[in-house]
Design a protein around this ligand. Structure first.
Ligand code: IMP
Length: 184
């Protein structure tokens, strides 16, 4: 863990602990980028970033890729039934890229129940991409309600609410360079 991580932890009274230190994230993102660069060497993929949580991950991933690629953004909002996501998603901002016939890699921050990404995949599939795969930084498999094929996973994590590296609690903490656990 870096001194910066520890210093930030000390200055964030609502944080319980660091789950994934910043150096581990940077190392893993480079590994994922190497895999993606190898797997998509013969094409120009479109990396689809789901705002807002995955913007930090995409920014680091794209700078480690060694192949030509495009990025585009979607913003979605989930409808919540009680405290659970229902998986019904409203598109707040759609892609500008026509993905028909393209190799699409969806870049996600975290797959939890899987309902949101499942809905999104169904919707993107109707646009007939050549391939459609997911790259997620975090996977919380214990909360899964829909089986989702994850082509690339950064870290499997326990069923805890995490923040940092793009992930928020009430729109805060996205700037933290590590993944941390909130005090409950
Ligand atoms: P799912 O439909 O349950 O898979 O929800 C996925 C979305 O919920 C993610 O893209 C995040 O925006 C949010 N989410 C799920 N778990 C966490 C967490 O631990 N911290 C922050 N956001 C989370």
């Amino acid at each position: 863990m870096t001194w910066d991580d520890e210093d930030l932890l000390r200055k964030s009274p609502n944080l319980e602990r660091i789950l994934i230190p910043s150096l581990d994230i940077q190392q893993r993102v480079r590994q994922l980028a190497n895999e993606v660069s190898r797997d998509y060497a013969d094409t120009v993929p479109v990396l689809v970033n789901i705002l807002k949580g995955a913007f930090v991950f995409l920014a680091d991933l794209t700078r480690c890729l060694t192949i030509p690629h495009e990025v585009d953004f979607m913003a979605i909002s989930s409808y919540h039934g009680g405290t659970q996501t229902t998986g019904v998603v409203k598109i707040e901002k759609d892609l500008k890229t026509n993905i028909t016939g393209r190799d699409v890699l969806v870049v996600e921050d975290i797959v939890d129940t899987g309902l949101t990404i499942n809905y999104l995949l169904d919707m993107l599939q109707t646009r007939a991409p050549r391939s459609l795969r997911i790259c997620t930084l975090l996977d919380k498999p214990h909360a899964r309600r829909k089986e989702i094929p994850l082509a690339y996973t950064g870290f499997e994590i326990p069923n805890e609410f995490v923040i940092g590296y793009g992930l928020d609690y009430d729109e805060k903490y996205r700037n933290l360079p590590f993944i941390g656990v909130m005090k409950s």
